[in-house]
Write a protein of this length. Sequence first.
Length: 274
Amino acid sequence: MNRRDLLKYGIGAFGLGLLGNRSPLRADFNKDIPLCLQLYTVGGVSDDPAKRFAEVASFGYKGVEYAGYGGRGAEELRKFQDDAGLFCTGSHCGRDQFEDSENLKAQIEFLNTIGAKFLICTWMTNDGVDGWKQAAENLTKAADIAEKSGIMVAYHAHPHDFNIIDEANQLTSWEVFANNSGENVVLQIDLGHCVNAGADPCKMIKKYPGRSKSVHLRESDGKIIGEGGIDWAEVFHLLESIGGAMTYTVEYDADMDRMEASRLSAEAYYKIHG
């Protein structure tokens, strides 16, 4: 992906870099990939979106990702974003929003109004290999439709996605889905979910080049970024050199106060990344 492609998506220039808390080359890391916050982390939009968005921006986040709209309309949310100086990277939705044509059309229109580029399927369970193949086909059809309006369809990883379901070929649900979906379906890997499930995120990023355009930054074992077992140097290097990363989104759902966790996560990210 070149600079012109990134500018088309309204996110910034794309470059290569080596990133991590185990590398001395932080100056080479790509500063143009924006850091965003999944609003689920802080309980959603809240009853006072202006205050919520201003707080998120004050922590150093450049954008937000939705998981529900709190009963607010698209134009209303766009104004809250703009007033806080935030953009919207994407929105998490249930699979029914992808498999029903009218729902999909409505989501595309909503995302275009709020300026988002990723429509993300939050969660799926399917019946064996054939079920995952069918799900891959369904999301590919949605991606083919959405890309005509400038929206990229993605699937978000949870721990169960890294369970082996194809015993003959030793493939996880994630791999069966990825192998049978179109290249235009983004694989939104959640690093913490992947590691906590016993899988190797580096392997998954390398196996599917260019498909990690949207990434969830979650540390292992409910910790703040940099305090767990993830090798951030290697992961970020692969995301930026192979994965095609366009946005990084923090998500935290462990025991710490969520606003404080969001602040500390951004602080840790910038210390590692610059």
